[in-house]
Structure formats: structure tokens, C-alpha cells
Design a protein around this ligand. Sequence first.
Ligand code: DAT
Ligand code: MG
Length: 140
Amino acid sequence: MALERTFSIIKPDATRRNLTGAINAKFEEAGLRIIAQKRIQMTKAQAGKFYEVHAERPFYGELCDFMCSAPVVVQVLEGEGAIAKNREIMGATNPADAAPGTIRAEFAESVGENSVHGSDAPETAAEEIAYFFAGLELVG
Ligand code: DAT
Ligand code: MG
């Protein structure tokens, strides 16, 4: 499997509860390297654009408000098969369905406030990384 990069967000429910370190430990224990990371306050415009693919879903407004409700940590994770590996470590979108030991099983509060975002494919990973980071900020 190839060395890949994926985009990750530690969401407001997790930063509020001081879970940044615990979540990063899960990534590092699984062999993912955090090659870029910054704490930002997302704006409504940024959140709206980032989740544009969900614009028609009933939860879109709530999702964008939530993403701006506290700081988030945006990050780039690198490793063998990083995109799929990160989705595995994250667990299912709804924490009630997430496998034991996954980030969402351990930390998520609900389907909407589920602690982490992770890219779902190589194309979205590349787009999402470029949306938040300049090339020089990625130090692999
Ligand atoms: P994922 O974050 O696992 O990729 P997704 O892309 O389907 O899931 O949805 C993006 C986010 O939208 C998800 O992390 C939380 C929110 N969301 C998804 N389904 C929802 C629902 N049924 N009710 C409330 N929020 C939801
Ligand atoms: Mg998704």
C-alpha cells in the first residue's frame, strides 16, 4: 500500500472537552504521522463551503453552526493507506454504530457531534488539505 495523506479535523465537541491529545494518541498509536496541525476558529463561510456536499441534507445548518461553535484542530495525517486507516480509527459516523476502541465509540457525543472528520477518498483528501493548508505547512 502506498504512503498517503489524509485530512482530519478534531471537532468542537472534542476540543471543548480537552480531547485533542487523546485523539492524537489514537492516530499515532495506529502509525499515522501528524505532518501538519493548527487550531483555528472556523467561520460560517468556511464551514458552509467545506460541507457543501451536504447542503441539501436536513442537518446542514446545524452541522455548520456546530463546526463554528468552538475552535477546531485541522490536521494532515500521513501513513500507509492513511485515508482508509483513519476512517477505521475514527469509527462509524453514528457513535452508536462505531466499533469498540474507535475514536467515535470512545469520545463522540452523538451522530452530529462526533469528535472527528476524516477524508473519504484520495480526491477529497487532496481538496480538503489544500483548502486549509499551504504546501509549505506540510512537513512529512
Ligand atoms: P462522516 O463524517 O463519517 O464522513 P458524513 O460525511 O456522512 O459522515 O457526514 C458529515 C457529518 O455530518 C457527520 O460527521 C456528522 C453530520 N451528520 C451526518 N449524518 C447526520 C445525521 N443523520 N444527523 C445529524 N448530523 C449528521
Ligand atoms: Mg464524510
